[in-house]
Design a binder for this molecule. Structure first.
Ligand SMILES: Cc1cc2nc3c(=O)[nH]c(=O)nc-3n(C[C@H](O)[C@H](O)[C@H](O)COP(=O)(O)OP(=O)(O)OC[C@H]3O[C@@H](n4cnc5c(N)ncnc54)[C@H](O)[C@@H]3O)c2cc1C
Length: 411
């Protein structure tokens, strides 16, 4: 036998891609007499059935699947694969062990709100009688709140101002490497149907309209929108109109951009957009004033966005995902001061002015929560909550899920 190391990769697998299965299949082919149990990212019962039928292995090891959904085994036994809550593979269940100040007692889950707080639940969950609940906004927070309220027996109406549910999660419809997020979004949309939530698309109700309909509770989940940094000159015209697209504007519109895209701002979500554009054949230059690309990614997420290159079985070395692309350049410690036409003017690490011209400039300048839009509903019903990215603080799916569950438990 020669090299039997599986090709080690830590991130960015395509859906259904399992190097450990290939490894097991190779061992099987060699006639190894042992039970073979690949591990890593197994959750989909149909996929596992197929792999077993192909004879590539004998059983599967799974852990995160059972944390994402405590009823995983039950649903699998009942043949309800479509109801299993999809795991995001965000690894928050591993806690903060790779962070600077690790706490061995913290574990949480982006999609299972009670993971890590199960023993506090009797204090949190209140008894209830059926109520009429309005949820404003159909993103990660609003959809999950609507589902949790409906499960508690309430009549729920979900208002979404656009023609489609998902909010920021819609990025995963375009970024093929975010398929776990897309699966979770699609699961929520299915659950809204199953729980008989009344969804009103293309509807942004006024507070008066909500008041007139006589809801007992309003949950506002109006989310956030990208902003253009004020510190950069030239991003708006004299009427305050944006002159440049944000990274969000590029989703599904990558063909409208010229070949060389200069992205100003290098956060994790900006980097994901960069990878999306690179995969679509663009050349991308990213400017960030930070000393590291995707500086805001957690250590664990940073690893998941990276991969292990393997020159041979024993000499593996780590490299960031973006290093795979010849057409990517990341310039750190670059403070952009001005944009004009398709040129960005920035101060480099040594304080010298530099410029870079692309076919298009795209801005990744962070987001602003739509808090005022949410608070506009604060007196539209006897009970009011605001959840998700509309409220201050860094937003993520885990926070949306827990806030949705916590508020629903109080109704
Ligand atoms: C590119 C990108 C990648 C990301 N990746 C991850 C990730 O991998 N993991 C993670 O945990 N988080 C990730 N996030 C963050 C995460 O997506 C957000 O924190 C979360 O989706 C926010 O959900 P939300 O419901 O609070 O708001 P939003 O998603 O902003 O949804 C708000 C919704 O409310 C609607 N709305 C607004 N006002 C009204 C109104 N007046 N009436 C009716 N409807 C209204 C909007 O149209 C929208 O659909 C990512 C974000 C981006 C942009």
């Amino acid at each position: 036998m020669q090299n039997y190391y599986p090709p080690i990769q830590v991130g960015n697998f395509k859906q259904g891609e399992h190097p450990a299965v290939e490894f097991a299949a190779r061992l099987k082919k060699e006639g190894i007499q042992a039970l073979l149990e690949p591990i890593g990212g197994f959750q989909d019962p149909a996929e596992m059935e197929r792999i077993l039928e192909e004879g590539s292995c004998d059983l599967f090891g799974a852990a995160r699947a059972f944390m994402a959904d405590y009823d995983y085994g039950k649903k699998m036994q009942e043949g309800r694969g479509e109801d299993i809550v999809p795991c995001l593979e965000c690894n928050k269940c591993h806690g903060t062990l790779l962070e600077k100040n690790p706490d061995p007692w913290i574990t949480m889950c982006s999609v299972n709100p009670i993971h890590g707080i199960r023993f506090d639940l009797p204090k949190l969950v209140q008894q209830t009688t059926p109520k009429k609940v309005a949820v404003i906004g159909g993103g990660a927070a609003g959809m999950r709140a609507a589902i949790e309220c409906a499960k508690r027996g309430h009549h729920v109406v979900l208002f979404e101002k656009s023609g489609v549910l998902g909010g920021q999660l819609l990025h995963a419809d375009y970024f093929d490497f975010k398929w776990p997020v897309k699966n979770y979004k699609d699961w929520m949309i299915r659950q809204l149907g199953q729980e008989k939530v009344e969804v009103r698309l293309n509807t942004a109700p006024s507070a008066g309209k909500i008041e007139k309909e006589g809801f007992d509770t309003v949950i506002a989940a109006t989310g956030a929108l990208p902003v253009l940094p004020r510190s950069i000159e030239g991003l708006k015209d004299e009427n305050g109109k944006a002159l440049y697209p944000t990274t969000w504007d590029t989703w599904g519109k990558e063909k409208e951009l010229g070949h060389h895209v200069v992205i100003i701002g290098g956060s994790e979500t900006g980097m994901e957009t960069a990878i999306y554009l690179l995969r679509a054949g663009h050349k991308v230059t990213m400017l960030t004033r930070q000393d590291k690309l995707a500086h805001d990614a957690s250590r664990l997420h940073y690893i998941t966005m990276s991969f292990v290159k393997q020159d041979d079985a024993t000499h593996a070395h780590e490299a960031a995902e973006w290093e795979r692309y010849d057409e990517f350049t990341g310039i750190t410690k670059a403070t952009t001061l001005k944009v004009s036409g398709n040129t960005a003017y920035y101060k480099d690490a040594d304080g010298n002015m530099q410029e870079i011209t692309g076919d298009d400039i795209v801005i990744c300048g962070g987001t602003k929560g739509l808090e005022e839009d949410a608070l506009a509903f604060s007196e539209a019903a006897p009970q009011f909550f605001a959840i998700g990215d509309c409220m201050p603080g860094a937003g993520n799916i885990q926070r949306c899920t827990r806030q949705a569950y916590a508020r629903a438990s109080m109704i």
